[in-house]
Ligand binder design. Structure first.
Ligand code: TZP
Ligand code: MG
Length: 246
């Protein structure tokens, strides 16, 4: 995972003894420093402090954020799981540095997990919560593009990566999907490769640019510019086809 360039790694184990967790976290701490990857320890503030992880992640039934802050001080990242608007707002109020938003879809990784909160809750958080969000829960390559339409700052995939036969392949594919841009074409949300030229979009969709007028962010595009203009995140394209007549 580190070789593939993941940016944040969270250590999560609900069954090992504290000593086993400490030993594993010590190793992971060293590795993550070498790879400049943030290291977050789930649940155990004492282990997080002992290995000097970058952060600790707390669920709704762990130590409250304000108490945790008193223990870890101002420099350690505190992340908080959230499943509802109230929990998200409370996490912000008490000084969380990021929130987990999920489970978006059904997950089998976590025991006693709440029902999926769906993309509606992710949408709420993107509009209303100003600290970084981590979309989590049942996210796979097959539904990743759908999640990316909401532009969460971070995406967490557990099963899809840890149980993959080829972890590097799955991460590469996920990175390709995450890198794509959101554009609106004739009123429909689409994801395209970053910097796709308008001409290439038309060609890939079997649209002959002759007889077509293209509006890019409300401006009519000169025909000679369609091979030049590269689409970027948030662009709006209208492709108007004129039918002959008189
Ligand atoms: N919190 C909400 S869902 C979840 C956690 C820790 C587990 C996510 O795992 P997976 O395998 O990606 O569904
Ligand atoms: Mg927890």
């Amino acid at each position: 995972m580190l070789d593939s360039g993941i940016k944040v790694l969270q250590y999560r184990d609900k069954h090992k003894s504290k000593l086993e967790k400490l030993k594993q976290c010590e190793i992971i701490r060293k590795l993550t420093l070498n790879y400049e990857c943030l290291f977050i320890v789930n649940d155990d503030i004492d282990v997080a402090l002992a290995v000097q992880s970058d952060g600790v992640h707390l669920g709704q039934e762990d130590l409250p954020i304000s108490k945790a802050r008193g223990i870890v001080g101002g420099n350690m990242i505190i992340g908080a799981s959230s499943h509802s608007p109230e929990q998200a707002k409370s996490a912000v109020k008490y000084g969380a540095d990021y929130i987990g938003v999920g489970p978006i879809y059904k997950t089998f990784t976590k025991e006693n997990v709440v029902d999926p909160v769906g993309l509606g809750y992710l949408s709420f958080c993107m509009k209303n919560i100003k600290i970084p969000k981590v979309a989590i829960g049942g996210i796979k390559l097959s539904n990743l593009a759908e999640v990316c339409k909401y532009n969460p700052e971070n995406i967490c995939m557990v099963t899809e990566i840890t149980l993959a036969q080829n972890i590097k392949f799955i991460i590469r594919k996920a990175q390709e999907i995450i890198k794509m841009i959101n554009v609106k074409i004739n009123g429909q949300n689409k994801r395209l490769e970053d910097k796709t030229k308008i001409a290439d979009f038309l060609k890939n969709n079997n649209i002959d640019h002759i007889g077509v007028t293209v509006e890019h962010n409300s401006e009519i595009v000169n025909p000679e510019d369609i091979t030049r203009i590269a689409l970027k995140e948030g662009d709006v394209l209208e492709v108007l086809r004129f039918v002959g007549g008189g």
